[in-house]
Design a protein around this ligand. Structure first.
Ligand SMILES: [Zn+2]
Length: 147
């Protein structure tokens, strides 16, 4: 068992502790760091799980990346892709809905692509979610080359 962040080997107890609280195998230090990020940003657990899955897939993601106005759950900066985890579609208010659209417009104007992923996709189809994001990254790379 190894920490998904620093690849330090971890024991059974630490493995269980990190899997129970975060759903990712992490050493004691990284469990603590990630818990602090969650506390500071109200980061959904699915963002943490997606971040480490993308990291493992070689996508070089960044967690809670500050775009100058707000913190983005997960970002792939070399293709200017922002990924937000949607916590619950049923909980969304009409103000939130139009704010999301306006935010998407602003980031699009600045050359960023924002995608919203329902937390359920990450929870139940992590592998498929990662594959789709890798496809989006490839598509964005292809588009940037043309320009
Ligand atoms: Zn670690």
């Amino acid at each position: 068992m190894t920490c998904k962040d620093c690849e330090k080997s971890i024991g059974r107890e630490q493995y269980n502790a990190s899997m129970d609280s975060l759903g990712v195998e992490l050493c004691e230090r990284h469990t603590r760091l990630i818990k602090k990020i969650i506390l500071d940003n109200n980061t959904p657990l699915e963002a943490i799980q997606l971040f480490y899955a993308l990291k493992e897939a070689g996508a070089h993601p960044m967690l809670e990346w500050w775009d100058g106005k707000k913190s983005v759950d997960v970002a792939i900066s070399r293709v200017k892709l922002n990924i937000e985890i949607d916590k619950d579609y049923n909980m969304i208010t009409h103000e939130q809905a139009i704010n999301d659209l306006e935010e998407a417009m602003h980031s699009f104007k600045n050359g960023f692509t924002t995608i919203r992923i329902p937390h359920l996709a990450v929870k139940y189809y992590l592998e498929d979610t990662v594959q789709n994001i890798l496809g989006i990254i490839t598509g964005l790379k292809a588009n940037t080359k043309v320009i």
